[in-house]
Design a protein around this ligand. Structure first.
Ligand SMILES: [Zn+2]
Length: 113
């Protein structure tokens, strides 16, 4: 139930931000998800609808922005986004290593009433 935990975090963060801004209702939450993260959009929305009931975020729409994965070349250090299943460096053909870029999951912004 990985998604349930992260969705609870999203809800907590959104409510905290909304309260700080003096808002009473959250209408939309903009999320960033890295391509490499194991988060599934549909699950997050599903859990969100469930756990946000009775909160100021009830009925809020979740908006997902996907970030492409980035690899770093083990030979020359070049950062690149792999094309399909080819994980080799476009500059020197060295082997690409997975980086943190593409495994993000965070709240980018919220929209409130
Ligand atoms: Zn390289």
């Amino acid at each position: 139930m990985h998604e349930l935990t992260v969705t609870q975090n999203v809800l907590d963060i959104a409510i905290e931000h909304a309260r700080q801004g003096g808002a009473t209702r959250i209408t939309r939450i903009n999320l960033v998800i890295g391509e490499m993260s194991s988060i599934i959009d549909d699950s997050v929305q599903f859990y969100f609808d469930f756990i946000s009931k009775g909160t100021m975020a009830e009925g809020a729409e979740l908006q997902f922005r996907r970030i492409p994965a980035q690899f770093r070349c083990s030979e020359c250090g070049q950062m690149f986004t792999p094309e399909g299943d080819d994980y080799r460096c476009p500059r020197c053909a060295g082997l690409g290593i997975v980086t943190d870029v593409g495994s993000e999951f965070y709240v980018e912004s919220i929209e409130v009433d």
